[in-house]
Design a protein around this ligand. Structure first.
Ligand code: 8IG
Length: 275
């Protein structure tokens, strides 16, 4: 167990509910400690089959604090997988988004639950818009840093969490060893649920962003607060609004995720294996 994992002795809003959820998962799967948590975003749902032997699965409805959102492409279950190297991985088929209820505590519950199972590492994936027209839909990109434009945070009170190297250089290095063609980018989170205007996409680019999305910055803040090491991997499923002439549709986004699934899923499984 990571000696920075806050759940060893932490007492913060939301941690008790996370411990309850982790106890349900630990009992259900019969796995005393999961080593790595994985959160699957849009386009990543096919990763589970590429990881290893499935210990079991549990619907979100049976886990304290997790309600499903019913969004097409979001899988509402947790799967426990045993990797060939013996590590146990807890895979959330989707996450709670800030746009669902404007509730940053509900957002943080997924990564807090992962931390409460004893994991030291979380792999956060997402589907996102790309700001570089050269990056084709279906391209995975490592997150090097983020800009949180949601105007909120899951932290309450004087929790002065260091966000330097929030996306662990060690884990990014491992990912690049697995696939040297992987590039990195700065992820800009908007609150959503509407996609950006073209002017907002240009703003994100001027601020230094490469990717636009609706999830991972808040998850990463909660994860660093909980003491987890973070690897962030985005799947560019569409060009950001105005980057090309194409209008954005959720159906196209899902289709891009599905066509990219085999390569991206295998890559993610190889990276998780190497952690
Ligand atoms: I998939 O273009 C996906 N998620 N904010 N913008 C934002 N989130 C997204 C996008 C996008 N594509």
């Amino acid at each position: 167990m990571s000696d920075t994992n806050m759940f060893l002795d932490g007492d913060h809003p939301g941690f008790d509910l996370a411990r309850q959820a982790a106890d349900v998962l630990t009992d259900h799967f019969g796995v005393a400690r999961h080593d790595i948590g994985v959160v699957l975003g849009s386009g990543w749902a096919h990763t589970i089959g590429a990881l290893g032997d499935i210990n079991g699965e549990l619907s979100f409805a049976d886990i304290p604090g997790l309600g499903g959102d019913g969004v097409a492409g979001h899988v509402q279950k947790v799967t426990s997988v045993r990797l060939p190297n013996g590590n146990n991985v807890l895979v959330f088929g989707s996450r709670t988004h800030y746009y669902a209820n404007r509730d940053a505590q509900a957002v943080a519950h997924v990564v807090r639950t992962i931390a409460a199972t004893g994991a030291s590492t979380v792999v956060l994936t997402n589907g996102c818009g790309g700001l570089d027209p050269q990056v084709a839909p279906g391209t995975p990109v490592l997150i090097s840093d983020h800009i949180n434009l949601t105007g909120t945070t899951p932290l309450v009170g004087p929790e002065f969490v260091d966000m330097t190297d929030a996306y662990a250089p060690r884990l990014r290095q491992i990912a690049k060893q697995v696939d040297p063609s992987l590039t990195e980018g700065v992820y800009v989170q908007f609150a959503g649920p509407q996609y950006e205007t073209p002017a907002e996409v240009q703003m994100a680019a001027k601020l230094g962003g490469d990717l636009v999305g609706m999830s991972t910055a808040l998850d990463t803040i909660a994860a660093r607060h909980a003491g987890l090491e973070v690897l962030g991997v985005s799947l560019v499923t569409n060009a950001g609004a105005g980057v090309t002439d194409a209008p954005l549709s959720h159906e196209d986004v899902i289709a891009a995720g599905q066509s990219a699934a085999p390569r991206a899923s295998q890559l993610l499984a190889d990276i998780i294996q190497a952690i």
